[in-house]
Design a protein around this ligand. Structure first.
Ligand SMILES: NC(=O)c1ccc[n+]([C@@H]2O[C@H](COP(=O)([O-])OP(=O)(O)OC[C@H]3O[C@@H](n4cnc5c(N)ncnc54)[C@H](OP(=O)(O)O)[C@@H]3O)[C@@H](O)[C@H]2O)c1
Length: 355
């Protein structure tokens, strides 16, 4: 299989560096350009490496950062773009790449709510990929943008999908405890968050509901139809490096006992697993039965094989009291909720013949 020439936008940031790590030696994609802003142009990846849990792959140490220039990427023959740009920059740059014929897999929110742009989580809505056919009609050279969701809704949507399908649940309440890396680099000032919890993340609660409805909804007759699911969220920033913990509550839930719910979650499997996509976790939802799990420090890298580390969501403390269901859920925000989500989307698009 020919590997597609790829570029990473935002290579000096939290998401861009996860891309660099996850795409090293990838069977489908060959990264030929690492881009960031003019501020980082000419610097080496080794001088900008920010991930504490993984080594910069030796082969990337000398990789030089380019300024972000969609025309130059097109000239270089780049076919696939992985974007870790801030939203305010991503809208224009990603459009220019897609209009130049490239397949763009974005982490930014800029295009998420467009009527022909999917917010993909392939285990949930692989059929939404069809929307890019409509998008290609308006882009001169057949390029397109596929987005992945906000990091906190990614974990929640994966965790509730089997419950929505099996038990018809629609009303979820969630309180989040979100990691610092979710705010990018350097993120929240240390003096604000050290020994503290900040009970506000700009637009996060609204995004969780709006994106959740689109992700869990249907794509039919060339349009997205929202799911009836409602997500009532309260979001907080906590002094954790990686991993968003979420406490989920459902009232009047017609569900079996806790073990029955656990087994429904553990059995969940979908198209990425059928296709054995390289970054697909063998088991997308892992249930822990210990009383003190999941924990960000212990569980945020859940998932196997090696390429899918951090791609599984972990659920624990499942409690069914009368008609009320509660559990905790953990998602790695920069892997499954970030770069890894885009890589999985690109792998699916590649296998579906779109790249
Ligand atoms: N962090 C997460 O958990 C997470 C999860 C899901 C989605 N996202 C989304 O992913 C995107 C990236 O987030 P992040 O956390 O990686 O942010 P970040 O750490 O702040 O990194 C931003 C990157 O964008 C580059 N950049 C900034 N302005 C630019 C410009 N004008 N032109 C070209 N490049 C520019 C930066 O380059 P310089 O270093 O040169 O400035 C840096 O490489 C955001 O849209 C965010 O909302 C983040």
């Amino acid at each position: 299989m020919t590997r597609r020439k790829a570029a990473i936008l935002g290579s000096s940031g939290m998401i861009g560096q996860r891309f660099a790590h996850m795409l090293e030696g990838h069977p489908y994609f060959d990264v030929v350009a690492y881009c960031a802003s003019d501020r980082s142009e000419g610097r080496r990846l080794r001088d900008l490496w920010k991930l504490a849990d993984v080594e910069l792959p030796a082969g990337l140490s000398d990789a030089e950062i380019d300024a972000t220039n969609p025309e130059a990427l097109a000239r270089e023959g780049v076919e696939v773009v992985f974007s870790g740009l801030p939203s305010e920059v991503a809208g224009k740059v990603e459009d220019e790449c897609a209009d130049g014929g490239m397949a763009v897999f974005s982490n930014a929110s800029a295009h998420r709510m467009e009527p022909d742009t999917p917010i993909m989580i392939p285990e949930i809505n692989h059929g939404h990929l069809r929307a890019v056919e409509r998008q290609r009609e308006r882009r001169a050279k057949g390029g397109f943008v596929v987005t992945n969701a906000n990091c906190s809704i990614t974990g929640l949507a994966l965790g509730i999908k089997p419950l929505v399908d099996s038990y018809g649940l629609t009303d979820f309440s969630v309180a989040t405890y979100q990691a610092l890396s979710g705010a990018g680099y350097p993120g929240v000032p240390s003096i604000d968050v050290l020994g503290n919890v900040i009970p506000h993340i700009q637009s996060e609660e609204e995004k969780m509901n709006a994106e959740g409805k689109k992700i869990l909804g249907r794509y039919e007759e060339d349009r997205f139809v929202d799911s009836p699911v409602n997500i009532l969220a309260s979001c907080a920033r906590v002094g954790v490096r990686d991993g968003h913990l979420e406490a989920v509550f459902v009232r009047r839930a017609d569900v079996p006992d806790a073990e029955g719910v656990a087994s429904t979650l553990e059995r969940f499997s979908s198209r990425p697993q059928e296709l054995s996509l390289p970054s697909a976790p063998v088991q997308p939802i892992i249930v822990r039965r210990e009383q003190n799990r999941p924990q960000p420090a212990l569980d945020c890298n859940a998932g196997s094989p090696e390429r899918a580390k951090g791609m599984a969501v972990t659920i624990g403390r499942i409690r069914v009291d009368g008609e009320d269901l509660r559990f905790f859920l953990l998602v790695h925000n920069t892997i499954r909720g970030g770069a890894g989500g885009s890589v999985l989307n690109a792998e699916l698009a590649h296998r579906e013949g779109l790249t």
